[in-house]
Design a protein. Structure first.
Length: 492
């Protein structure tokens, strides 16, 4: 396979030919200098980049989002309830009479979700509204009865652990249907230049990915997470980060990190912070895993050969996560790092901990941040501060929290704006080179993917040079072709 006539990142802007065989780049030469060997892909006028990765995805929930009612436009609880009252049931997914919506953001609503409001318009149809951050779910009485959780939510809203349990149940659909949706979503990702994802579904992910591979899945590389409730099983069965999935003759899917969620979220006002949330002087969020327990889990995982991925959004949670890395010697990432104390910024690089961040969240949450974190003294969404300190940035979407589109993430990180609004906290913007590196496997810094002999033939052929694109152009970047180990997974 030859990608011909495309400039290379970090090069001299002259067209080059890239030769791929047996899944890897075997040679690079000025365009036309070597005779093509095998099939040729003409990249004239395009720009070649390493294949892109999304480092934080909840695969099943992402794959099902198109089957659920979109609530992102809801401006109030009344509005969201009305949308759900008119919504269809989950035909084609679960023909059992449930209505499921997703994507509402209630932090700035003028009214609050309530059980009575939702019951008044949805009646006896079990109805579920999933917050955009997935840390809370608003249910009506029929849904609470169906799930056996009537006593847990006077206002109809389940938060944190119970909310995650609802998502698990809603995601638990017939495997053939689930896998078809995953394949469809993966192909859409490949059309945006994506070659790999980190799957952090709250399930025993090895079984699902083995089944998908046996069924012919071949659109993406995958590293899958392991949650604490599955840690003993993973260790007993010998799972080690970086090892290929068992039971399938494929190198596409590998064991990823132990994933631990240590606090809540900004949108649900449960992220663990050093200062209270407005109008609620007793609420500083919550640590959902005690620091001592986090150290135990990370020590156990590290001893068994597993990396760690620690969810920490508030500044208190980030401090505790970094403390645990320092005490255990674990390797891995902090997931989200949305509010970080000034003193903790340099600790990421010093400890070798990657910052796995979602730049689109900064734009989604800018107004919520200005309200809910106005009293915080830590840095909110500190991308440039982390990069300048030497920390590795790894970009992702947290899909379905934001759409799985690395170009939207890069545009948010580089321009800190969307929809014509003024840039938000522009001092935290990063250069396009950093954003591109952060969107490849390994993230920014020394581990970033490169186009060089011996590297995997995971490539994306862009229709324009991202280095010179403006914000709308970067966001709408065209992908002429995506190659996974030299094999086409997308061609325009």
């Amino acid at each position: 396979m030859v990608s011909a006539g495309s400039p290379l990142p970090g090069g001299d802007d002259e067209p080059h030919d890239v030769f791929v065989a047996d899944g890897r780049i075997i040679d690079i030469a000025p365009a036309g200098a070597l005779r093509p060997r095998g099939a040729a892909l003409d990249g004239t006028g395009c720009w070649l980049t390493p294949g892109l990765w999304d480092h934080h995805v909840h695969v099943m929930q992402w794959a099902l989002v198109a089957q659920r009612v979109e609530l992102g436009s809801a401006a109030s609880a009344v509005d969201a309830a009305r949308i759900m009252a008119d919504a269809p049931v989950l035909h084609g997914v679960q023909d059992d009479g449930r209505r499921v919506g997703t994507g509402y953001r209630d932090a700035l609503w003028p009214d609050a979700p309530s059980l009575g409001l939702l019951d008044s318009v949805t009646g006896e149809v079990p109805t579920y509204l999933i917050n955009a951050d997935v840390h809370s779910v608003w249910l009506n009485s029929a849904a609470l009865r169906r799930e056996g959780l009537v006593d847990l939510a006077d206002d109809g809203v389940l938060r944190e652990g119970p909310a995650f349990e609802i998502s698990r149940r809603l995601n638990d659909i017939e495997p053939a249907i689930a896998d078809a949706f995953v394949t469809r979503a993966a192909r859409a990702a490949a059309a945006r230049g994506v070659v790999g994802i980190v799957d952090l579904d709250m399930a025993w992910n090895e079984g699902a990915w083995t089944r998908r591979l046996v069924g012919g899945f071949d659109a993406l590389r995958v590293e899958f997470g392991i949650y604490p409730e599955y840690l003993d099983r993973a260790i007993a069965e010998g799972l080690v980060s970086g090892a290929p999935v068992r039971g399938a003759d494929s190198d596409l899917v590998h064991v990823g990190p132990l994933k631990v969620i240590t606090d809540g979220s900004l949108g649900t006002r449960t992220a663990a912070c050093s200062h209270a949330y407005p109008d609620d002087p007793h609420n500083t969020g919550l640590l959902t895993v005690a620091p001592e327990r986090l150290i135990e889990l990370m020590t156990q995982a590290t001893g068994a050969g597993l990396r760690c991925a620690v969810h920490a959004i508030g500044d208190v949670a980030n401090t505790r996560a970094l403390d645990a890395y320092a005490l255990t010697g674990a390797t891995g990432t902090v997931e989200h790092a949305q509010l970080v104390a000034h003193a903790d910024i340099p600790r990421f690089a010093r400890l070798g901990v990657g910052a796995s961040v979602q730049p689109v969240h900064a734009l989604d949450d800018r107004d919520i941040t200005e309200r809910e974190w106005a009293a915080q003294t830590a840095l909110a969404y500190p991308l440039r501060a982390l990069a300048d300190s030497g920390a590795a940035l790894l970009f992702g979407s947290d899909a379905p929290v934001s759409p799985l589109d690395p170009w939207a993430a890069m545009a948010a990180a580089v321009f800190r704006s969307r929809g014509g609004r003024a840039p938000w906290r522009p001092q935290e913007a990063v250069p396009i080179g950093t954003a591109l590196d952060a969107s490849t496997h390994g993230g920014s810094g020394g581990g970033a993917a490169r186009i060089e002999p011996g590297a995997r033939g995971d490539l994306a052929l862009c229709t324009a040079d991202p280095r010179t694109a403006d914000e709308p152009g970067l966001r709408a970047m065209g992908i002429a072709a995506t190659l996974l180990g030299g094999r086409l997974t997308h061609i325009a």
